[in-house]
Design a protein around this ligand. Structure first.
Ligand code: FES
Ligand SMILES: [Fe+2]
Length: 352
């Protein structure tokens, strides 16, 4: 981005919703009872069919629109609590209590969503009644030998693009998380390589020293150079990877699910390999991670309120806002069915 461009403000431009696979729950939380959730404003219910497979339907009974999630699961079908109609995992009507004829009929179907259990999460494909060509994203290092894997679900105030930018944004860490990662006072120049990926974008940070804060000491007690990448992959993956020799590796994969235009669920998988015993790591990691996340929640809540108060976004950016606008562009193009053709590889200097 040129200096001239960076002096301009960008008009309000909605990022849009990119079709694809989204996490909606932890696998362990989908069991005998129907579980409701919202995907991009759409109420969906997930439950397990008679084979134990997770399945998802629109959370609206075909009969009189009662929420199916308020019903129960019987023999792998979901039963509406109003008149007892039952639907299987594909949305076909299997029972209409009191009806002498055949219950199944195209007009009595409930739209269904492709659903998979993968790596401890339930993933749902955002478009109803399609057999997706792709499978859910494969989360790197999750449950691999030598890695401690932590899964967390959090609700963030903000649209998906703002939450993704926040998760992958380096400049805010010296302020919002002062002392935990970086300090504003002792900045050093580093190089950032911004690269287009297939359906995504990454920023690689070169020459970064081990952060002096608590997170740095935890990640790399022995110090040394840090290899650091921030990535966004369509439709919903925000990933932060740190590597220090082959002894320390931490890769956080946040799958972002837009619940509404201003609330985004984060389903985070953190895979950590550091020369620290797992019990100690677990004991330190969670309180630190929660502190960081609470700080992010607070700033995102304020940002979202401001955007609402002023009736839209009006952003000014510089070249060190490396991923935010690129994420918006990827989402906007994907929401219009356009595949990104960006071939970019750009190097910039930055003080971190
Ligand atoms: S509304 Fe669901 S069975 Fe009548
Ligand atoms: Fe943050």
């Amino acid at each position: 981005m040129s200096t001239q461009q960076s002096a301009q403000t960008e008009p309000n431009a909605n990022a849009g919703f990119a079709p694809g696979w989204y996490i909606v729950a932890a696998s362990k939380d989908v069991g005998a009872r129907p579980k409701p959730f919202m995907l991009n404003g759409l109420p969906i219910v997930t439950f397990r069919d008679s084979n134990g497979q997770s399945v998802s339907l629109l959370d609206r009974c075909a009969h009189r629109n009662a929420p199916l999630s308020a019903g129960r699961v019987i023999g792998g079908n979901i039963q509406c609590h109003y008149h007892g109609w039952e639907f299987d995992g594909a949305g076909a009507c299997k029972t209409v209590p009191g009806l002498c004829g055949e219950p199944d009929h195209p007009a009595r179907r409930v739209p269904s969503f492709a659903c998979r259990d993968s790596q401890g999460w339930v993933w749902v494909y955002s478009e109803p009644d399609v057999d997706p060509e792709s499978e859910p994203y494969d989360i790197p290092c999750a449950d691999q030998p030598g890695y401690l894997t932590i899964r967390e679900h959090l609700e963030m105030p903000g649209p998906l693009d703002a939450v993704a930018e926040n998760a992958l944004d380096v400049p805010h860490t010296a302020f919002v998380h002062a002392g935990l990662f970086r300090k504003n006072a002792d900045r050093k120049p580093i190089e950032v390589v911004i690269r287009a990926l297939d359906g995504g974008v990454e920023a690689q940070f070169i020459g970064e020293e081990r952060p002096k804060g608590l997170v740095g000491r935890l990640l790399a007690p022995q110090g040394g150079e840090v290899f650091h990448w921030d990535r966004f992959l369509l439709p919903c993956i925000a990933q932060v990877e740190y590597r220090l020799s082959d002894r320390s590796h931490i890769i956080t994969t946040a799958a972002l699910t837009p619940r509404t235009p201003t609330v985004t669920d984060i389903f985070a998988t953190v895979a950590v390999k550091v020369p620290v015993p797992n019990a100690i790591l677990r004991g330190i990691f969670k309180p630190v991670a929660m502190r960081i996340l609470r700080q992010d929640i607070e700033i995102l809540r304020r940002q979202t309120e401001q955007v609402k108060r002023f009736g839209g976004e009006e952003f000014a950016s510089t070249e060190i806002d490396v991923l935010g606008l690129r994420i918006k562009k990827l989402l906007r193009e994907a929401s219009r069915g356009k595949a990104s053709t960006a071939q970019e590889e750009r190097r910039i200097k930055m003080l971190v």
